[in-house]
Design a protein around this ligand. Structure first.
Ligand code: ZN
Length: 230
């Protein structure tokens, strides 16, 4: 509109970038922790890995890779958390939300999401092996709580069970919380179990595909960093 040549604006931007490098964070199309070997933002990555293994997938279309995580509308706080984690892991990335029946898909576009989640592939997660790369295992060792939080926020829940006990002749109702995690992939269930073991949290199989944490001390330990969905 002002008739300033494109090259002049390019020079201004170049000079500005030289003078104020901190004002120009890396952008998604030219930076990726995996491809450009800068440090992975480990804490949000560990959470996002849990979300991805639970309810996430990567779609490849029009030369663009879209990371998509399905979040139930009942928990708006978790939708915000998923979007924040994507932005924290891939600086400057584009995110969007797509409303579906009862849930919202949080989406993010970057050709590098497949580098961050090398477990992507055709078919469903439980029909192919899910094996972490060494760098992902380091992240998991550093932030096991975040990983568990991501898995429970996607494929898990904290439920209230109750039982009755007779005390001094009267029947009293007791409520107690427990956690469930349900996933069809044995590899993903093993990651969940192994990480709980590392944290000293007791678990057991409830059903073929469901792991439950019910012991009082173990529930209390999960409450420290997971808690009810929000
Ligand atoms: Zn990459």
């Amino acid at each position: 509109m002002l008739g300033v040549p494109r090259g002049t604006i390019g020079a201004w931007k170049f000079n500005d970038r030289q003078r104020y490098p901190d004002a120009y964070p890396p952008t998604p199309w030219n930076s990726c922790p995996a491809c450009h070997s800068f440090e992975v933002n480990e804490q949000p990555y560990s959470y996002l890995l849990g979300l991805y293994l639970g309810d996430g997938h990567i779609v490849h279309k029009h030369k663009q890779h879209t990371l998509s995580i399905s979040c139930a509308d009942a928990w708006p706080g978790l939708i915000d958390a998923a979007e924040a984690a994507m932005r924290d892991v891939m600086p400057g990335v584009t995110t969007s939300r797509v409303q579906r029946t009862g849930c919202t898909d949080v989406k993010s576009y970057s050709e590098h999401w497949i580098c961050m989640f090398p477990q992507h592939g055709p078919g469903r997660k439980h029909e192919r092996p899910i094996v972490l790369e060494e760098w992902q295992e380091f992240v998991l060792d550093a932030y096991p709580e975040e990983f568990i939080r991501g898995l429970i926020h996607s494929d898990g829940c904290r439920v209230m069970n109750w039982t009755t006990r007779t005390v001094a002749g009267t029947s009293k109702r007791y409520d107690y919380p427990r956690y469930h995690f349900t996933n069809e992939s044995e590899d993903i269930r093993n990651l969940f179990k192994d990480t709980l073991d590392a944290l000293g949290i007791e678990w057991r199989y409830n059903k073929r595909n469901t792991i439950s944490v019910a012991r009082r001390e173990s529930v209390a330990a999960l409450d420290e960093f997971v808690g009810p969905k929000y």
